[in-house]
Design a protein around this ligand. Structure first.
Ligand SMILES: Cc1ncc(COP(=O)(O)O)c(C=O)c1O
Length: 450
């Protein structure tokens, strides 16, 4: 069947009458690259997705991260349905499942002595920041350009700032990502470029009396999975520990995706607080904040308010238990990592053979292809902007999509894998990429002489 989007376009037109913007989140909209219209999904299964027009895709969105076990993971769905049918969906009272889920998270993460559940990454980050402020008695948050920590008024700053507005690299201005965010909150932020330990050190030394926390994505998933420079996170850990600053790893995206013990386990580091969500519950809306008992006990003592009607529901806690049990099976991560690395290497090779400079960043389960030489691989937001300026990625995305491979339309996003992706999916994707590069080459001949 030839690729078509007629039904998706029709549904989008209908949706806009009563459904603000026509989509549930800005990242699914034409403004985020979904042209001619957002993809309206019919159903998913494992690593595949079918849309309203009947197109079948190998899916590398994985719902933005949660579907680490693929679409409709049987073990999780069965467990959650059983809990709902036999016990209920909501109590807003204490129950045993939240204890079991908390135990599982703490078992996997040595830095998490105590944990509390939540329903979204945005909200978990807010809690972590509040805890850090209460613990230190200080207010300012150090955050990095290009990182994403949710859409709250407090944190939705300097994620993709226009460079004219962001000012000098060594002293970036905090730039809000939306209208409606009070300017005054910008004064509680200190924005820095990532992967620059000297600047972080200077800033902490000069302003330690006012800095409550440093928050970072340990692998920059919201910018193509850029990796920390060797020693960078370790130095960040040391500096924060020495200066009474709480270190928060925002592992909403990397948690239970890059390793069973998350990015912090991969780098053998213990942050003070960690935020988790997405892959932790295999497609159900669970999130968490956890960390050192001394800090988390501010909740137990009532000094830090931690409310929420939907927190720790039987639905999400049973999903956490089932998902983490599945992820604890031997070999699961190794297989996913290997397939991802094979795919990333294969894409680079095909792009180069077609005459496009290419390299990749990230790890096997979350990576991005960059159309530049390895020597130009970005290491922070501003270096990424330079590469993105002249990237043919939009054509790459379009070529893959019309041939049945679904990836995010924006290059600053990621290829995300699940435990259900197979060797066959990878081979099919590489075949489709080969045809796409051929088409791109014909459309935009690479540098003469190559
Ligand atoms: C690192 C990180 N932190 C926080 C968030 C916000 O999470 P949520 O969309 O669940 O609010 C995201 C979402 O993509 C994220 O990637």
């Amino acid at each position: 069947m030839p690729y078509q989007t007629i039904k998706s376009q029709k549904l989008f037109a209908q949706a806009q009458a009563r459904f603000a913007g026509g989509v549930g989140s800005g990242t699914r909209s034409p403004a985020s690259g979904w042209v001619p219209s957002p993809v309206y999904v019919d159903r998913g299964e494992g690593s595949h997705l079918w849309d309203a027009d009947g197109n079948r895709y190998v899916d590398y969105l994985m719902a933005g991260g949660p579907l680490i076990l693929g679409h409709r993971p049987k073990a999780v769905i069965d467990r959650v349905c059983q809990v709902i049918q036999e016990r209920g969906s909501m109590f807003a009272l204490a129950h045993d499942l939240e204890i079991e889920a908390a135990m599982k998270v703490c078992q996997l993460l040595p830095s998490v002595e105590k944990v509390r559940f939540d329903n979204s990454g945005t909200s978990a980050v807010q809690r972590a920041v509040r805890l850090a402020r209460a613990y230190t008695g200080k207010t300012k948050i150090v955050r990095f350009e290009g990182h994403y920590h949710g859409w709250s008024d407090q944190m939705h700053w300097s994620n993709r700032p226009p460079l004219e507005a962001a000012g000098r690299r060594n002293a970036p201005r905090a730039v809000p990502n939306s209208n409606g965010i009070p300017e005054v909150l910008g004064k509680t932020l200190i924005v820095l470029p990532w992967n620059d330990i000297d600047l972080l050190e200077k800033t902490i030394q000069a302003r330690k009396h006012e800095i409550a926390c440093v928050i970072t994505e340990p692998i920059l998933g919201n910018l193509g999975g850029l990796l920390p420079k060797p020693g960078y996170l370790k130095a960040m850990r040391q500096l924060t520990a020495d200066n009474d600053v709480v270190l928060i790893f925002d592992e909403v995206l990397t948690g239970f995706r890059v390793a069973p013990e998350c990015a912090q386990g991969k780098f053998s580091l213990l942050p003070d607080l960690t935020t988790l969500a997405k892959a932790m519950a295999g497609g159900f809306p669970a999130a968490a904040v956890g960390g050192r008992a001394e800090i988390m006990d501010l909740i137990s003592s009532g000094e830090v308010m931690y409310g929420g009607t939907y927190n720790s529901s039987p639905i999400v806690t049973s999903a956490v238990i089932a998902t983490l049990s599945e992820l604890s099976q031997p070999g699961v991560f190794q297989k996913m990592e290997k397939l991802g690395v094979d795919l990333a290497n294969g894409l680079v090779e095909l792009a180069q053979r077609a005459g496009f400079p290419a390299c990749w960043s990230g790890v096997g389960s979350m990576f991005q292809l960059w159309f530049c030489d390895e020597s130009q691989l970005p290491y922070d937001y501003r270096s990424a902007v330079q590469v993105l300026k002249s990237s043919p990625y939009a054509k790459f995305w379009e070529g893959l999509m019309k041939r049945g491979v679904l990836v995010q339309p924006r290059q600053d996003n990621l290829f995300l894998l699940s435990t259900t992706h197979s060797e066959e999916d990878i081979q099919l994707t590489l075949q489709v990429a080969k045809e796409t590069f051929k088409e791109m080459k014909a459309l935009q001949p690479p540098v003469p002489g190559k």
